[in-house]
Write a protein that binds this ligand. Structure first.
Ligand code: ASP
Length: 309
């Protein structure tokens, strides 16, 4: 593989994202921020950095933006809290790290990486995860940092509609963010971060921090990050299934991604999508919803940003 070979894809959530409901200004804002995220990740890859660092750089940009349901801009629980989940996986070592239900970590993806690199564990939750993050010198913030009016209004609307937790996610938009990358050393990585679903209760945790469901990376096959209805992602182990179809049945990346999203997850009733990259730098962006905020770039190519299906 040449030194210049790398590839990166990102998503900022899937769902009922319709051209007629997205104003020109909002569309421009989303496109600009997705571009920032791809550029942040690509800068790491161009400089010869690791796929782990590239995916984290891209995810951080989206965590810091109110546009997406991760970090600042995370959705509210039924009780009016912002509880976030994040995970990262290294395809070379198959090490993984994740945090779930955290309320004070400014960039949950940073804490997930530290769980991977500085503990013998994969998943830490709630206050324990925050205590660990603090020990690691990761920035903590007051929970009010995550409060945004738009998300608060979405919660009030969901409560007024008396909607079920699983059905009322911000007009059926899943705003989770994620990134997958192949670096110039031939290594794959995946990272995903989310506020979960609007109006969730009982400390519900979705697929994002569950390795094999929302996040997965394996050098021999692919790196995957998903967005969509987490309960289906978990029950159908969506991220791992893409890799399993490649590993055991010899499907190529695109065929495996299509099979999992449309024939398994989709037919079971799940709404959402995934981004994937394989060890050759092929990229697959697959969705069964009207839209998914997404972007990608390959070494020597132009950055592509797309929103609608
Ligand atoms: N997958 C996330 C969850 O179920 C939601 C999303 O994609 O926005 O927690």
């Amino acid at each position: 593989m040449s030194e210049q070979t790398y590839a990166l894809a990102i998503h900022g959530g899937a769902g009922v994202i319709l051209r007629e409901r997205l104003s020109e200004d909002m569309e421009a804002e989303y496109r600009a921020k997705l571009l920032d995220a791809v550029e942040a990740g690509e800068a790491v890859l161009k400089a010869g950095g690791t796929s782990i660092d590239a995916t984290i750089a891209a995810v951080r940009v989206m965590e810091d933006s109110e546009l997406f349901n991760a970090g600042k801009g995370a959705v509210f629980t039924h009780e009016g809290r912002n509880e976030m989940d994040a995970a990262v996986m290294d395809g070379k070592t198959m090490d993984a790290g994740a945090v779930a239900g955290v309320t004070r970590i400014r960039n949950p993806i940073e804490a997930a990486k530290r769980v991977m690199t500085h503990t013998g564990h994969v998943l830490l939750m709630g206050e324990g995860a925050e205590e660990f993050a603090e020990e690691q010198g990761i920035a903590l913030v007051d929970p009010s940092y995550f409060h945004t009016q738009k998300r608060w209004d979405q919660l009030q609307k969901a409560i007024a509609m008396g909607a079920e937790t699983s059905l009322d996610h911000s007009d059926n938009k899943f705003g989770t963010v994620g990134a997958v990358a192949l670096d110039s050393h031939g290594n794959l990585a995946a990272a995903t971060s989310t506020g979960g679903m609007t109006n969730k209760r009982w400390r519900r945790i979705g697929d994002t921090p569950v390795i094999g469901a929302g996040t997965y990376a394996q050098n021999a096959t692919a790196a995957i990050s998903t967005t969509g209805h987490g309960e289906y992602m978990m029950r159908y182990t969506v991220a791992r299934d893409v890799c399993a179809l490649m590993e055991f049945k010899g499907l190529d990346l695109q065929a495996a991604a299509r099979e999992v999203i449309h024939e398994r997850f989709g037919k079971a009733g799940g709404d959402g999508g995934l981004i994937a990259v394989d060890a050759h730098g092929n990229i697959a962006l697959e969705l069964n919803t009207p839209g998914m905020y997404r972007g990608s770039v390959k070494a020597g190519g132009a950055i592509k940003i797309e929103i609608f299906r």
